[in-house]
Design a binder for this molecule. Structure first.
Ligand code: SAH
Length: 242
């Protein structure tokens, strides 16, 4: 199903609220909406199903990462735990100069993202099926990325262990959070230090139209991550560093 005219207006108005003009890329978002709603009927890809929810809580929420001002230019980006492609797919549509790797541990989700990349002929994105813990030890991926983005995957201490090994020194993690950001930032300082990162800022914002609070937690990789991290699959989640 394509977006209705109200859906299109909502998308354009909300993206304008974020300071973005995406009328030129609207067709691609419309196709993404079509594929997402069609596939979601066959497999459970996402809990959000209404048109305004998909527009605001998937597309616009993903695009709010751009408010970090750290996704401009030609950068290698990895979206850890992309699920059905968020925030990675909207980012790679809105910013064609980015090279975006989308990784998820669940095969059917990566299968869906692969289908989207083909249908939309997006030249600047690649999928990987696997776990961040494994990727973090592969030379092709360890300390190879300029940016890591991630949304709704885990708490910050766990995320730091999954994401920091993938960043080059001088690169940034942009973790999308809600109000829980404040307590998670406070609880994850030691983990961050062990992994070679430094908190740069927490960018608070309101989601356009609905006004929900969001926070982009921005971390700089300041020194190489010790070789023992990430620990084996499951450990960062089961026993977060502290
Ligand atoms: N980022 C998406 C999906 C969130 S659901 C969104 O915001 O809509 C969390 C996803 O993270 C799931 O699809 C799960 O398979 C993936 N995931 C969790 N732990 C992971 C890990 N260690 N490595 C790779 N993917 C992981």
């Amino acid at each position: 199903m394509r977006l209705s005219s109200q859906g299109k207006e909502l998308f354009i108005a909300a993206s304008r609220d974020l300071g973005l003009n995406l009328t030129g890329q609207f067709e691609l978002f419309d196709q993404l909406f079509d594929l997402l709603t069609e596939s979601n009927q066959k497999m459970n890809l996402t809990g959000l199903t209404s048109e305004p929810e998909i527009v605001l809580k998937h597309f616009i929420d993903s695009l709010s990462c751009l408010r970090s001002n750290r996704l401009e230019g030609t950068l290698r980006v990895i979206d850890v735990g992309t699920g059905a492609g968020f925030p990675g797919l909207p980012l790679c549509i809105a910013r064609p100069q980015l090279e975006v790797v989308l990784i998820d541990a669940t095969r059917k989700k990566i299968g869906f993202v692969e289908k989207v990349l083909e249908a939309l002929a997006l030249p600047n994105a690649y999928t990987l099926w696997g776990r961040a813990e494994d990727l973090g030890h592969q030379t092709a991926h360890r300390e190879e990325y300029d940016r890591v983005v991630t949304r709704a995957v885990s708490t910050l201490s766990t995320l730091y262990e999954l994401c920091l090994p993938l960043l080059r020194v001088g690169g940034y993690l942009i973790a999308q959070k809600g109000v829980e950001a404040q307590s998670e930032v406070a609880a994850s300082g030691t983990a961050l230090e062990k992994l070679g990162g430094k908190l740069v800022e927490s960018v608070w914002l309101e989601l356009p139209i609905i006004g929900d609070s969001r926070c982009l937690v921005i971390v700089e990789k300041t020194s190489p991550t010790p070789a023992k991290y990430p620990r084996r699959p499951g450990m960062p989640e089961k026993n977060p560093l502290s």
